[in-house]
Design a protein around this ligand. Structure first.
Ligand code: UDP
Length: 138
């Protein structure tokens, strides 16, 4: 069993597709073991995406991520990190596979509906950014 952090980004919440996104995770064998709705400050978004701070899209990305509420979740399942990334689709929705969340719902490379951890170490750090061990129904 593996755990990963998933975020339904502000565009996903605005599009009213929280249920659709979660259904895609659950129907593919991922279980929600922690969940919360919150709105990040600009500073919190900068902290979350600190690895990208030198990238040209950092300022716009952190404005976007703090522009409205998000849903943060811990997903658990066999191979959860890779499976979640597969269900999400490629970062650029134009390159994402058919039937992925980003292919179906993203409207730009930035507004791509979901975040998912990309490796075990980042999953651990990202889960701890939003949840304490007592919040997680593992
Ligand atoms: N992003 C962007 N422009 C880019 C690349 C990425 O706005 O050229 C945004 C996009 O929202 C992406 C996030 O920055 O999801 C983090 O980028 P990363 O490369 O880590 O992609 P992800 O892991 O989310 O697929």
């Amino acid at each position: 069993m593996e755990q990963t952090l998933s975020i339904i980004k502000p565009d996903g919440v605005r599009k009213n597709i929280i249920g659709d996104v979660i259904r895609r995770f659950e129907s593919r064998g991922l279980t929600v073991i922690a969940m919360r709705m919150l709105q990040m400050t600009k500073q919190e978004a900068q902290g979350f995406y600190a690895v990208h701070k030198e990238r040209p899209f950092f300022d716009s990305l952190t404005d976007f991520m703090s522009s409205g509420p998000v849903v943060v979740m811990v997903l658990e399942g066999p191979d959860a990190i890779a499976l979640n990334r597969k269900i999400m689709g490629a970062t650029n929705y134009e390159e994402a596979e058919e039937g992925t969340i980003r292919k179906d719902f993203a409207s730009s490379i930035e507004s791509n509906v979901v975040h998912g951890s990309d490796a075990p170490e980042t999953a651990k750090t990202e889960i701890a950014y939003f949840f304490s061990s007592l919040d997680i129904m593992a």
